[in-house]
Design a binder for this molecule. Structure first.
Ligand code: ZN
Length: 169
């Protein structure tokens, strides 16, 4: 699948902040089947789920979260649980690499108690050819817009990613 630097279109950051501070955990709402918080799920284990970022700043941007509402990136896991989760994240990131062959895959955990408290990991592929000044945090920030890709493109990526994840040992 061709992974070019997608054009970005302006994004309403204030609306996302309102949505994410409205008292509903977006990950728990998604897992409960709330249609307002539906996400495209690409893989899951007994413990965790991987889904497409609904407002991606890079094409192929996946989020990974535990299915239970825990908040501390290390503090709410035993070492064994943490490593099990990281094994899943490895599979997702390798799947992303196999589909898109990006220059790098960024992996981060962000969030806070004010918004997006449910701990999650960002798996964000940086396409080849992005100028240095537009990489890293610049590439990740909603203030710089979201990718202009169609639902069909995201669905095609999700299908390819599901197949690729199966091939990761
Ligand atoms: Zn939650």
């Amino acid at each position: 699948m061709r992974h070019m630097a997608h054009e970005r279109v302006p994004f309403d950051v204030a609306e996302l902040v309102r949505r994410n501070t409205a008292g509903r955990c977006f990950i728990c709402a998604c897992l409960a089947g709330d249609p307002d918080y539906e996400h495209v799920i690409v893989a899951e284990t007994a413990m965790a789920v991987a889904f497409l970022n609904k407002y991606p700043t890079l094409f192929g941007y996946v989020m990974v979260a535990p299915k239970t509402h825990v908040e501390q990136v290390t503090g709410d896991f035993s070492e064994a649980e943490y490593l099990t989760l990281q094994r899943f994240i490895y599979k997702i990131a390798e799947g992303v690499r196999r589909v898109l062959t990006p220059e790098r895959v960024y992996i981060l955990s962000l969030g806070s108690q004010a918004a997006n408290a449910h701990v999650h990991w960002h798996v964000a592929p940086l396409p080849k050819g992005v100028p240095l000044a537009s990489q890293q945090y610049h590439a990740l920030m909603h203030e710089n817009g979201v990718v202009a890709a169609s639902n069909e493109e995201h669905e095609a990526f999700a299908d390819a990613l599901r197949r690729a994840i199966e091939t990761v040992e």
